[in-house]
Every structure is written in structure tokens, then in C-alpha cells.
Design a protein around this ligand. Structure first.
Ligand SMILES: C[S@@+](CC[C@H](N)C(=O)[O-])C[C@H]1O[C@@H](n2cnc3c(N)ncnc32)[C@H](O)[C@@H]1O
Length: 173
């Protein structure tokens, strides 16, 4: 069977790069009319996997070993041991929260895909997709810890901005 892929829809988002990275972005996935019927019943799931084509990455440069997240202070590992978008087939896979479905438009939280990204497939989250204590390398743990700190710092910053805006609003009322 020939390998044939076609998008079933596209991502629509105005979220910042930071929100995409931190998993806080709310995006829409607009499914093509010809596939709309295939969405029936999806709204009964709280979480779904989105498979997408990272269409904006430069053509793959045959590099099979990469620094995780481009961090030169971490030793190179095989590209398949990373979530790098620079891979032979630039397919993205993200578990997102399904907020709503209105017709053929899904509203999702946590999708790390740019506006215009072609969506290849959507699948409900299954209990078997989870494992309680997966083994991961040390660099992975360190990067996870760092990104948790970065998320917290961003939330504090946003909180401060909101607080300051509130003060300003109460002064002007
Ligand atoms: C590291 S990839 C990982 C995607 C998915 N979570 C995974 O693990 O397969 C996600 C990053 O790729 C970038 N990105 C998102 N959409 C893209 C697109 N359409 N083309 C190229 N890069 C994209 C963004 O910087 C985003 O934070």
C-alpha cells in the first residue's frame, strides 16, 4: 500500500510562542468539511491526541544526532530519543485537553502547534497510553525541572501584570 497522508484540518491560534511551549495555549482545530462526520462522539472525551505535520521546519538536514532542545550543554542523542521537530518525518504528537466541539471546530488546550499547521489525525486518549513511572534519561529530568520553573516564572510575571493592571483600574474608577 502506498504511503499517503493528507491533512484532515488545520490549527488556528493566535497564542504566543511561550504559551505554545508551556502548554497553556488555547487553539482551535478546524476540520475540513469532508471529514466533519468523523468527529461525532469526540466531545465525550476530555483529552485527545493530535498528530500534526510540522510544516514550517526547514528541510531535514540528515542529522541523526541532536542536542536535546538545541542545548549545546547537553550531549547529543539520537533524534528518535528526542521530541525535536527536526526529524526525517516532521510529525508532532501532543496530548491536549478538549474544551469543546462546535460543529467541525474543536477548541483545545495545550497544543504546541503554530497557526496553519496541518492536522493529520485525532485520537481519543486511552488508559493504555499511560504508564505510571516511565524511565527517562537524566537530561530529560533536568529539562523538565527547568521548564516547570520557567512556567512558574511566566505565571508569576503574568500575575504581577494582572495585579498591576487591577491597581491601575481601581485608581481610575
Ligand atoms: C518540539 S515540537 C514537539 C511537538 C509535539 N509535542 C511532539 O512532541 O511531537 C513543538 C515545537 O515546534 C514548533 N512548531 C509548532 N508548530 C510548528 C510547525 N507547524 N512547523 C514548525 N515548527 C512548529 C514550536 O516551537 C513548538 O513549540
Amino acid at each position: 500500500m502506498p504511503l499517503k497522508l493528507r491533512p484532515i484540518g488545520h490549527v488556528r491560534t493566535s497564542a504566543s510562542h511561550e504559551a505554545l511551549r508551556h502548554g497553556s495555549a488555547v487553539s482551535k482545530i478546524v476540520i475540513d468539511p469532508m471529514f466533519a462526520k468523523g468527529l461525532e462522539g469526540l466531545e465525550d472525551f476530555s483529552h485527545v491526541y493530535v498528530l500534526f505535520w510540522l510544516h514550517d521546519v526547514p528541510e531535514w538536514s540528515n542529522r541523526l544526532k541532536v542536542h536535546p532542545r538545541g542545548r549545546v550543554d547537553i550531549e547529543k542523542v539520537g533524534v528518535f530519543a528526542t521530541r525535536s521537530p527536526h526529524r526525517p518525518n516532521p510529525i508532532g504528537l501532543t496530548l491536549v485537553k478538549l474544551l469543546s466541539r462546535r460543529g467541525r471546530t474543536l477548541s483545545v488546550k495545550g497544543l504546541d502547534a503554530y497557526d496553519g499547521t496541518p492536522v493529520l489525525d485525532i485520537k481519543p486518549h486511552d488508559r493504555r497510553d499511560r504508564t505510571p513511572r516511565p524511565r527517562v534519561p537524566r537530561w530529560w529530568k533536568e529539562l523538565s525541572r527547568e521548564s516547570k520553573h520557567a512556567c512558574r516564572a511566566t505565571r508569576v510575571q503574568i500575575g504581577r501584570r494582572t495585579h498591576a493592571a487591577g491597581r491601575y483600574a481601581s485608581k481610575t474608577l
